[in-house]
Design a protein around this ligand. Sequence first.
Ligand code: ZN
Length: 196
Amino acid sequence: MNFIREVKQRADIVRVAEYYGMKLNRAYKCICPFHKEKTASLSISPQKQIWKCFGCGKGGDVISLVSDLLNINALEAAKSINNTLGLGLNAEKPSSYLEINKYKQKRKTEEMFKKWTLQTFILLTDYLHILWNWEKIANFDDERFVEALQQKEKTQYFIDIFIEGTIEDKIWFWKCEKKVVKRIESRIRTFRATGE
Ligand SMILES: [Zn+2]
């Protein structure tokens, strides 16, 4: 694959914009560096990996962003991004298909892991809320109350892994606590179906 195209495929435009000093707000907007203005009218789309200024009309992809910012050509911009982000690509030697496929597979795994993290976090917090409600029953003969007492702290501990834990902590959870996730899933399903 062509060097410029490969840089474009690998470099996330949001990260690039931030690396090159653009201060994006939560909606991925910022003051346009290409014309004078006081309110942010330059907008970045992480989904489409493009940028557009609604004030001056400039826009394009990650390569044109850096080439416009630094006033250099596309190849120089690609080289600059490659260095800044540490993509490790070689401008002289194009990557083999094997390397590209390996990279795509890695990206796919990362996406799946991200999705799993979010789903599991939601599952655990849902379960904790249910446990809190069960705790209010305050009747030792009630199985739900007992479950609340037994599971509450552990569930909170798991949630903390997802809030404060490192990526290694989450991978550990993913590897070792599959049974816990299965149990909670089926517990919540029963709860939603019967209210118990
Ligand atoms: Zn502008």
